[in-house]
Design a protein around this ligand. Sequence first.
Ligand code: IVH
Length: 666
Amino acid sequence: MEKMTKDIKKKIEELRKKIRGHNKLYYADGRPEISDARYDRLMEELRELEQAHPRYMSPDSPTQTIGAPVPEKFKRVRHTSSMLSLESVNNEADVRRFDRTCRKETGRDVDYICEPKFDGISIELVYENGRFIRGSTRGNGVTGEDVTLNLKTISGVPRCLKAEKPPRRIAVRGEVIMHIKDFQRLNKEQAGRGLNTFANPRNVAAGSIRQLDYRITAQRKLHVYCYQILDLSGAMPRTQAEALETLERLGLQASPGVKHCRDITEAVFYHHDLESRRDALDYEIDGVVIKVNNMDYQKKLGRRTTNPKWAVAYKFEPRKEITRVENIVVQVGRTGILTPLALLQPVEVGGVTVSRATLHNMDQIAKLGVRIGDWVKVQRAGDVIPYVTEVVTEKRTGEEKEFRMPKRCPGCGTPVEQEDVFYRCPAGLACPAQLKEAISHYAGREAVDIDGFSDRTIECLHEKGLIKSISDIYTLKRGDLLKLERWREKKTDNLLRAIESSKDVPLDRFIFALGIRNVGKHIAALLADKFGTLEKIASAGQNDLLALNEIGPEIAENITAFFSKTKNLAEIKKLHKNGVVIRERKKARTGKLAEKKCIFTGSLKSMTRSEAKKLVESEGGEVASGISSTTDFVVVGEKPGSKVDRAKKKGIKVLTEEEFRNRLGL
Ligand code: IVH
């Protein structure tokens, strides 16, 4: 027996040593000796052994870190060719002037490729014989910083290009960005841990790429969108459209949402259309880049000192405005954390009236130096709650007042407790403010999704004593609801129907809905995948949880603490009793549309509906008939129905048939 455990320990140590060696070869020396698949198998083997023998777990195991030495500062590298910037224009007249020059200087009609202008950080990626050998920041355009190690941690930067016969050398330009949802999640985590929050997704992307310790970059969820071939051995594509296709074919993620426009009028139209859809996108963009499609014309047009003459950035309306902080109040969150919120003199920021902005925590208030009565700059990014970026100190009158955290919870009067920079009401679900937040979270779109169960409705039902806990949602009676003011039959029946259909809920959504501290959508899905049933998750010990790569001691502790409370278990039991059925996790599907749910409307030109369905399914996706909150995108053919408008209203992505085909690489 003793011998066996010794053997296992030895095996684990050997594996760790081997993996560390390969890490060094890959990350530090840039000359891997084994394939990615072989590396993954080694890691898997180690992970399994560690899971089966948790006492040999070690925080410095490669399963817990990605190990390689940290450089002291970045090397400077020379770019393949200058990384130019773009001339910006803000109005249609200037865009038309740009078009006139293009047509005059080429002597031809010109067609354009329009791409979203990503608000991120520009980088160069170099591949030789299909292998990623170097990546750098733009720097001064001629030389940049060698951030190869950091870029290697991003899944959108493949270690190897996909092609069988990759080009001997290709240098590509792209933008590193963070999606808005990931930015929100990161800021929430940072605030929850009492760490600095970031002003916007761009700052996080820039900060993450310039980390000296790539392990920090690896923890950030970043994306790379490529939009230019800077250099290619062999023949260059003849058009920008072909260049983007080439990038995709090689396994790089080319700019999404690209539009080929026959003339400048179409480009202007695309700009307006994209600007109107800006808030529904997953990422921040600040305009449209209009590029001459034909590469020969691009050459003919040439460049100025820092800008090409064949492209222009047609910017959107800025979304930062100045307004006054009328008051700072405190909001009680689901977990009892008190968040200061600035109540603003209403101001329009990029077409939306903003009257409140989050201030995150006391640390942020101190950092900004914001006081009640101050004039501040507010910014809006996608559907994120607007935030204050700075105080306009020149406008101070001396009348401004400092904000102090209240001593008692504004929701229930319980004395507030302080933990580092954040303050918490310890009353839990006995605090009405926390209870309402918990119910709202449970019913939310990404949780069990009860359509129409708004915060106002929750407030009203709580006030009337109809819901005192989450499980009370399922005991609401038609008769009771109809007695409420302004609750007519239609509204009542719609809500009851939505409640009824929320009873069948996938495991990951249910776990997320429970509102366990620090268990977001991603961790919930991970738990569902790994354990398969609620019972197994509820009975998992710290070590079982820690065996999952992305779960650290804090989250593991939150999970076990949640399931050890009899009150929580009783509430889950009541939910079951009231008809909630948890659908267990199916094995993840794979393919270009893995786990995506889509809808078709209108007739398609290039295929029949049943061919389209088969295609989607063969790529791991699913075709649904009606729009719901779980729909990922809608494909629009000719003569579409009303689904398009509903999808747009709900902020669901709408794809043309061509865009759909592009996604599938057709
Ligand atoms: S093309 C020579 N395309 O916008 C052409 N740039 O100054 C170079 N950007 O620094 C740029 N999205 O970082 C291009 N689809 C896109 C882009 C894009 C974002 C950035 C790029 C550049 C800045 C404009």
